[in-house]
Write a protein that binds this ligand. Sequence first.
Ligand code: HEC
Length: 113
Amino acid sequence: MKRILQALSIVLSLVIGLGAIALPVRADADLATGAKVFSANCAACHAGGINLVNTEKTLKKEALEKFGMNSVAAITTQVTNGKAGMPAFKGRLTDEQIAAVAAYVLDQAEKGW
Ligand code: HEC
């Protein structure tokens, strides 16, 4: 019984350890995808986090907070469906690309662009 428990705890710590290594790698991959999606689809209006069309609604941290856009869910919805002067990307970007670009925008906002 003790042996089994020992073996189990080794397996468990291996799984947790590998998970800890794998997670950041995946996050980096998503951000790299997000950066590509952004430069191809968003930079025309939002290069460097600005907003050429509606100058108040930038992608800077303060603006995202002010307009309730500081979450992956809120950005995903807006990118999918569009809003006012911003086009909808549904059908043009996959759900994965939209999630990746949302994560990228939040990461850049956190870093100050
Ligand atoms: C043709 C110009 C244009 C393009 C291209 C565009 N946007 Fe926008 N974006 C806008 C406008 C205009 C708004 C303000 C919409 C509103 O009135 O709420 C906006 C708002 C936003 C906001 C909310 C900002 C805030 O402070 O409330 C986010 C986040 C955003 N865009 C992300 C993106 C992403 C990501 C892409 C690319 C997938 C993209 N946009 C492509 C014009 C654009």
